[in-house]
Design a binder for this molecule. Structure first.
Ligand code: GLU
Length: 487
């Protein structure tokens, strides 16, 4: 437990979809907050108007809700430090930019894009260590600035970085990181369209929203010294930082769309459970220090700590996700599973048949350890909804012998004696018949499975028989005896 009550934020720029890396950042913020009884805030960073995507915000909020990471404060929840959408906070950023200008920590820059391009080209040609603005506008007279502003000349506001001691960052994941002041660019804080840059808005909001821990992807580490300077210049307390490791493809390149899906929405569409997605992304850069891989959200909250986040990149392994998905389906109670299976039935050829919840709960229980996705359900268990139309030829060839019909007829007579049989009674009867016939149990088990299901795989045979019920079982065995003809 940490001493203060943390306030953390997930601060995505809505691009149209939620990247799995974004989901990981959101989740770690959420887990850290919940583990420490803190507050999880969702803030929308939409100040780059060139990247505006219609509908992106709603989609992002919906996806966050679907996956269950509902913020304590955010655009839909409101809260004490709203609004939570940056484009609705422009006046606030302007006020602090003016303050920085007043104190000489920022300055107006009227350079045209042509001049900046020329400067860049010259510096590139001269092979300078770092391409940087040349502070051309730093020393304009007060009079000139005020005239040019009055004339409505296009301008930006830049950070005034002066020589000095190294900028030090304490990062919970990466340890101490230092940056030479001379390597920090004279960052634009307010753009010519009046919108703040990411750096300006991010720092102002983290301060005003009383963020105690900034937990975000490693790609933001190079921006952090600029942020630290802003905190210094504004005399604000610097939050703690935790930069999360990069997500990598199997070939160790940075996770990219080209090698597979990166949108949470795609995984949702494909039928992954939110619990397995969360479990999967939680393990991308964190572990409790043992071999445990299956976690519910509740267990993640109990166990999570930033100290156990690794530095090195985390490989995105889709096989692991698929395995976890099957594990999470298996872990659901039959009652939890029921609505999803009903949805699959609704989409299937059996949509017009009616099955009681009691029956479907039993099917759910029998099938749940045999599904990778809910979408596998109908295909793998159709025999619970209709009698087999065909019999797997492979299994017929392997398991159906000339003497099988005679054996099965004996078994039918034995089954007929049973009253409301459950699992055990079927087993006892089958063993008894096998003994009388002096054959191994398999000689009956496999043909019966084929007769009732048409295939050779599935839940335990006696479980299937119990679910189907005695009459249906006997009917199906008789039908198979009639239909299966050996050449
Ligand atoms: N808006 C940034 C992003 O899209 C936020 C980075 C941060 O958390 O500071 O990831």
């Amino acid at each position: 437990m940490i001493n203060e009550t943390p306030r953390v934020r997930f601060a995505p720029s809505p691009t149209g979809y939620l990247h799995v890396g974004g989901l990981r950042t959101a989740l770690y913020n959420y887990l850290f907050a919940k583990h420490n009884n803190g507050t999880f805030i969702l803030r929308i960073e939409d100040t780059d108007r060139n990247r505006f995507v219609e509908g992106a915000l709603e989609n992002l909020l919906d996806t966050m809700e679907w996956v269950g990471l509902v913020p304590d404060e955010g655009p839909r929840q409101g809260g004490i430090s709203g609004p939570y959408i940056q484009s609705e906070r422009l006046d606030i950023y302007k006020k602090y930019a003016d303050e920085l200008i007043e104190s000489g920590k920022a300055y107006y820059c009227f350079c045209s894009s042509e001049r900046l391009e020329e400067l860049r080209d010259t510096q590139l040609k001269a092979k300078v260590a770092q391409v940087k603005y040349d502070k051309h506008c730093l020393n304009l007279s007060k009079q000139e600035i005020s005239d040019r502003l009055k004339n409505g000349e296009s301008h930006v506001i830049r950070l005034n970085v002066e020589p000095g001691s190294k900028v030090k960052i304490k990062d919970i994941v990466r340890g101490n990181v230092e940056f030479d002041r001379s390597t920090i660019d004279y960052q634009v804080l307010i753009k010519s369209d009046g919108y703040p840059t990411y750096h300006m808005a991010n720092v102002v909001d983290d301060h005003l929203m009383k963020i105690t821990h900034v937990i975000r992807g490693e790609e933001w580490l190079p921006s952090t010294p600029k942020h630290v300077l802003l905190y210094e210049f504004l005399n604000w307390e610097i939050p703690e930082f935790a930069h999360l490791p990069l997500l990598l493809n199997a070939d160790k390149s940075k996770l990219s769309k080209r090698q597979g899906d990166v949108a949470v929405e795609d995984y949702r569409e494909k039928g992954y459970l939110k619990s397995s997605l969360l479990n999967f992304v939680a393990m991308l850069g964190w572990s409790a220090g043992d071999d445990k891989e299956f976690y519910t959200l509740k267990e993640l909250i109990e166990n999570f700590s930033l100290e156990r986040v690794q530095k090195s990149g985390a490989v995105f392994n889709i096989d692991k996700l698929n395995w976890l998905n099957a594990e999470h389906i298996k872990n659901q109670t039959n009652e939890e599973l029921l609505p999803f299976l009903k949805k699959e039935l609704e989409k299937s050829e059996f949509r017009d048949k009616t099955f009681s919840d009691e029956y479907l709960l039993k099917v759910a229980g029998a099938m749940k350890s045999r599904l990778n996705f809910y979408g596998d359900f109908i295909e793998r268990s159709s025999y619970f909804f209709e009698e087999p139309k065909t019999y797997s030829q492979d299994i017929v060839d392997k398991r159906w012998k000339p003497e099988t019909p005679e054996h099965l007829n004996k078994l039918i007579s034995e089954f007929e004696k049973l009253e409301n049989p459950v699992h055990d009674q079927y087993e006892i009867s089958l063993k008894k018949v096998a003994e009388e016939l002096n054959i191994g149990g398999g000689k009956l088990i496999h043909p019966v499975r084929l007769a009732v299901s048409g295939i050779g795989v599935g839940p335990g045979l006696y479980e299937i028989l119990e679910i189907l019920g005695k009459e249906e079982v006997i009917k199906r065995i008789k039908t198979a005896i009639d239909k299966i003809k050996l050449d």
